[in-house]
Ligand binder design. Sequence first.
Ligand code: 5GP
Length: 193
Amino acid sequence: MKLLEDRILKDGDIIGENILKVDSFLTHQVDFELMQEIGKVFADKYKDAGITKVVTIEASGIAPAVYTAQALNVPMIFAKKAKNITMNEGILTAEVYSFTKQVMSQVSIASKFLSEDDTVLIVDDFLANGQAAKGLMEIIGQAGAAVAGVGIVIEKSFQDGRALLEAQGVPVTSLARIQEFKDGSIIFAEADA
Ligand code: 5GP
């Protein structure tokens, strides 16, 4: 997605060896116009897949996920990272290792929001080693629902996430794919949309 790649080149900062900071439009401050365009592209790609829910993980997946859900006209559910006393009914959970925080955490979705009748599109901000998406797939599997695909805003193709997800038979649609960080520059691979 050219609009996204241009924005990454303009506003993205490389942190250390393998982290991209995009807090001015995606992970902290949110550019809703860009998110809306992203949502339309994911929705167009999956328009014939019978999607009934969009699922993401808090917090930075929420913005692209909600616009994808709007474009598909289905609900968006975000997995919660901390247990909360208002989650007093059945919950589905998985352990997820956080790439940026470097800790294991339990993520949960209330079981009443997913069922075996659902076909889910997972959306997330970044794909690194695939642990967040894998945890979401576990939760969705516990509900007996199907995963039609994973939509990623920014994939770091030099990490293992895509291979992990594709090995489970799940298609991955990444709107920007970073092949490498080279001498302070961002080199893109061909994106999926
Ligand atoms: P994974 O679970 O695929 O290893 O990592 C994906 C998750 O880690 C995303 O949900 C995102 O929050 C975070 N993440 C991974 N790589 C980056 C990065 O380069 N920049 C930012 N801002 N977040 C990242």
